[in-house]
Design a protein around this ligand. Structure first.
Ligand code: G6Q
Length: 537
């Protein structure tokens, strides 16, 4: 049970502390030489240094109290044990079961879900091996060279991001494409140079009814049939990942080529389910399994570690501090690694779809700020673009810098430069450069010096990882998944539904009918005009 009294007491305390600490500079806080060590925590391959946030020990203590009084420990246990914590959809939330490599039973409605999870994993292993070894032949007997994942949202962002992140470990003989947008350009630009006889489509859709995915799947079907002119060719060129076997069969996909998953896996949490099948083909089963082990290690850490040592909990509390008490309403994810270039986009869905809510678990309008606006790009590109605002703008942007010790491509000099930039950015944001310092070191012109001054006191976390491997990648993604969970618990909102994406879908269906038929338009004048403009009326 949440203890509202303790929660409120700590909340009020933190509100007061925020006002006090805003008046203290990071320069002063760092006079304490043990600060970096006091606010650094490691687990397995990941170290988080959160000392460059405007915090002190009392603030951290009160933040941990917020977590305790939100009954977080118990809520974590409920999720891991398969309780139906996704109340508005009446579902368990068990992405952690997908990577439960220790294989202890987990029950939902009296059934151990591990049996089916292991069966699907085994099927993925066999199918991916066949494709990698060239034993899976297309309809005309050619080897498969091109893998095209068709899916959107949770059925696209994870596989696409991970395929890129783990490219170093991938099979370079195969081409991978990810088609999500209903814009036909996405389909034609990505597949038009492929030979249909060498192309395998993976239709990834939990529901198998999603408009964009089905439209693209039908384009793919048309493209395959135009080339092979035999309905039987569908069996050799399509695999489905879905919970909806009925719809998959109607589409014409061979039931042997269905990889199942379950409604206890939310779309944006589904990368370690069969939704990650394209990734398994890319990096092979053994690397995929290493990734699952990394996820599992972080899962167990999250479940068992004390909050004061628990990386997802710490990251979540720092986020709450910046968002709710200092009023910084967004967060930038800045990985100093090109392989992670899609990671911010992936986290954007994970975080904003999970915690972009304004009704609490009691059905009341929330009285506090919930999920931040999340955005980001890989460094150092951003340094030559939007970092200006982060350093000198009127908005404060808390940053997660993500960097790796080891370079993967044997160019140590480049890697030294990359990581130096990351450390330098964190330092510059934190300490800035005063007007006096500018006058002393750069110019005697006071007007110019004002423009060259950096206020500093801008918060960041350094997430330091030994090297980018399938295992550390799993640890990293699980770290953020659980961070988001913790914040949802503290804000007392439901993190695993996404009703906010429904309204637009319904409106689009109505408008599509109006665009394709002669119907009376009864929207507002702006929407009516837009439809008329499109129809060139
Ligand atoms: C994620 C959301 C959403 C979903 C897509 C695709 O958590 O539920 O992004 O993944 O709408 O849905 P289907 O997999 O059913 O096509």
């Amino acid at each position: 049970m949440r203890d509202e009294k303790i929660f409120k007491d700590n909340w009020s305390f933190l509100e007061k502390e925020a006002q006090k600490i805003k008046k203290i500079s990071m320069r002063d806080l760092f006079l304490d030489k043990s600060r970096a060590n006091d606010f650094t925590q490691s687990f397995s391959d990941i170290t988080i240094d959160y000392s460059m946030n405007r915090i002190n020990k009392d603030i951290m203590k009160a933040l941990f109290n917020l977590a305790e009084s939100s009954d977080l420990k118990n809520e974590i246990k409920k999720m891991f044990s398969g309780e139906k914590i996704n109340i508005t959809e009446s579902r368990a939330v068990l992405h952690t079961a997908l990577r439960n490599v220790s294989n202890n039973p987990i029950y939902v409605d009296g059934k151990d879900v591990m049996t089916e999870i292991n069966q699907v994993l085994e099927k993925m292993k066999n199918l991916s091996n066949k494709i990698i070894k060239g034993e899976w032949k297309g309809f005309t007997g050619k080897k498969i060279k091109n893998i095209v994942n068709i899916g959107i949202g949770g059925s696209d962002l994870g596989p696409k991001m991970a395929q890129l992140a783990l490219k170093k470990y991938s099979n370079r003989d195969l081409n991978f494409r990810f088609i999500s947008n209903v814009d036909e350009t996405n389909f034609y630009e990505d597949v038009k140079f492929f030979d249909p006889e060498e192309t395998l489509f993976i239709i990834s859709s939990k529901t198998f009814t999603t408009e964009e995915t089905m439209a693209n799947a039908n384009l793919a079907k048309k493209w395959i049939l135009a080339s092979m002119k035999d309905i039987e060719s569908i069996k050799k060129h399509f695999i489905a990942v879905s919970t909806n076997a009925g719809e998959v069969k109607k589409f014409g996909i061979d039931p042997d080529n269905i990889l199942e998953f379950w409604d206890f896996v939310g779309g944006r949490y589904s990368l370690t389910s069969a939704i990650g099948f394209s990734l398994m083909i890319s990096i092979g089963y053994d690397n995929f399994y290493e990734m699952l082990k990394g996820y599992h290690e972080m899962d167990m850490h999250f479940l068992n570690a004390d909050f004061s040592e628990n990386l997802p909990v710490i990251l979540a509390l720092i986020g709450i501090w910046n968002n709710n008490f200092l009023g910084y309403n967004n967060i930038a994810i800045l990985p100093y690694d090109e392989y992670l270039s899609r990671f911010p986009a992936y986290l954007q869905q994970l975080d904003m779809e999970s915690n972009g809510k304004s009704i609490d678990k009691n059905g009341d309008k929330v009285k506090l700020e919930t999920g931040p606006i999340l955005w980001g790009e890989p460094g150092t590109n951003g340094q030559h673009a939007f970092y200006q605002l982060i350093h000198q703008g009127t908005k404060i942007v808390p940053v997660d810098f993500i960097g790796f010790r080891k370079d993967l491509n044997g160019e140590k000099d480049s890697h030294d430069r990359l990581i130096s930039n990351m450390f330098a950015q964190a330092e510059a944001l934190c300490f800035g450069k005063t007007f006096e310092e500018v006058l002393e070191t750069e110019t005697k012109d006071e007007f110019l010096a004002k423009h060259k001054t950096f206020e500093g006191n801008r918060p960041s976390n350094k997430i330091l990882i030994t090297e980018l491997s399938p295992k550390t990648f799993g640890e990293l993604v699980a770290l953020y998944e659980h961070k988001i969970f913790v914040q949802g618990i503290i804000w007392n909102i439901f993190s695993f539904d996404q009703w906010g994406v429904q309204l637009g879908k319904v409106c689009a269906k109505k408008i599509l009918k109006e665009i394709q038929n002669s119907l009376e338009l009864n929207h507002d004048s702006s929407t009516n005009n837009a439809i008329k403009w499109y129809k060139n009326i």
